[in-house]
Design a protein around this ligand. Sequence first.
Ligand code: UDP
Length: 314
Amino acid sequence: MMRTVITGGAGFIGSHLCERFLADGHEVICVDNLITGTLSNLEHLRSNDRFSFIRHDISHPLELDGRVDIVLHFASPASPVDYLRHPIPTLKVGSLGTHNTLGLAKAKNARYLLASTSEVYGDPEIHPQREDYWGHVNPIGVRGVYDEAKRFAEAMTMAYHRFHGVSTRIIRIFNTYGPRMRLDDGRVLPNFMGQALRGEPLTVYGDGSQTRSFGHVDDLVEGIVRLLETDFHEPVNLGNPDEVTILDFAREILALSGSKSQIEFRPLPQDDPRVRKPDISRARQLLGWEPRIARTEGLRRTLEYFQNKVHMEG
Ligand code: UDP
């Protein structure tokens, strides 16, 4: 039986990974300090005797007894609102947390996978973004705490691979959505869905002409599982290239929910990337991977999830 450590396992993506690796027969050790994750994401898994939870801040070293086969480092605040609220923990988990998890993988001779991000491309000057693009990041801007931590994390991961021979992998995750996102994480999708369902105005930042490309979490998880089976060490973009402007995205959510909410324009946050869309040729070739869940279908399923959440609020 594989023994798999997942940091950030109580978060949105992490909890889907815990679920998937348990379903695939692994023993899963979830490590989370719960600053942005929540135990309610794991409730349905806790009765499984192959699952265990350790409350721990991975910015401090973690010693585990016994064998470890796979280490997945997913711990980090990941929404702009969260990492602005926790700037120093964000820098620490991307740097020290990456160092500690790589140390664990090295000590246990485990396979390692780093969750990096499309944010390493910053406000990109090439479009769509390919893995060989080095990015355009403001190191001292408000988003720098996340972007630079992840860029450092990638550098550290490659160094452990090159210098220590650790079997590492790096994924760059583009905007991902699905059930178990927090309604209050400040990202555009939970904001718009929450607002539409409560009949409040949808808050479009700037003029809404900036673009994002949204991928469903189930597609992401499949890509991660496939990459772990390869021996490929350079970064791999995982996301859905179906690009949309934020204003059109707001309109899609209004149409889907049948909400009568208005659209209101708010100031654009500092360093907000103008465009974002993954070039996924590498994942296609290497993994035979392709996003399967179209945005309309994915949004429909996610809206159901948020309907329950908003209902429980009221
Ligand atoms: N955004 C928006 N209204 C909101 C929240 C976000 O218009 O209520 C915009 C934000 O300015 C950005 C895009 O939606 O251009 C995606 O923002 P998000 O916070 O989801 O993540 P990002 O892709 O910027 O990391």
